[in-house]
Design a protein around this ligand. Sequence first.
Ligand SMILES: [Zn+2]
Length: 166
Amino acid sequence: MSDKQIISWDEYFMGLAHLSAKRSKDPNTQVGAVIVNEEKRVVGIGYNGMPYGCDDKVFPWARVGDTYNTKYAYVVHAELNAILNSIQKLSGCTIYVSLFPCNECAKAIIQSGIKHIVYESDKYCGTETNLASKRMLKAAGIDWKQLETTVDVHVEVVRNPELPEE
Ligand SMILES: [Zn+2]
C-alpha cells in the first residue's frame, strides 16, 4: 500500500466541511464549516440553512427581489451555525470553511474566540463586505490561510446490500 494517498489534516477538515455543505438546501450556494480545537478535535460543524422551525420548503431561497422575499433575510450561514452548534469554548480554535467568511460571520468568529481561518474560495474578494470582513479580522488578530489544494467530496448513497430484497 505504498501508493496509498493520505490526506493532510487541512484537507481532512476541509473535506468534512464539504460533506457538511451537502446538507444545505440552498439551490445556489452550499457552504460548510468545521471548527477544530488545538488538539485537532472537531468541536463544531455547520452548513448554511434556515433557522430552526423555519421550513426550508416555505421560506424563500431567491437571491433577487425585495429583502422580505430573498434568502438573505433568513439564512444562517455555515460559520454561525458551526459556532452555535459547538460543544466547547472556542478560544484558540480554527474554523475551516469552503468560502471566505462574510462580514456578519466575521463578527461571530471574532466574538467566539476563534483565532484561525482556513478557507478554500474567496470568490467575493474585493467586494465591500469582503473588505469589511478582513478589516475586522485583521484588527482582532485573526489570521487566515487559503488552502493550496481544493477538496472534492463525492458521496455515493446506495441501498444497503445486506438488507433483504424488498
Ligand atoms: Zn456569513
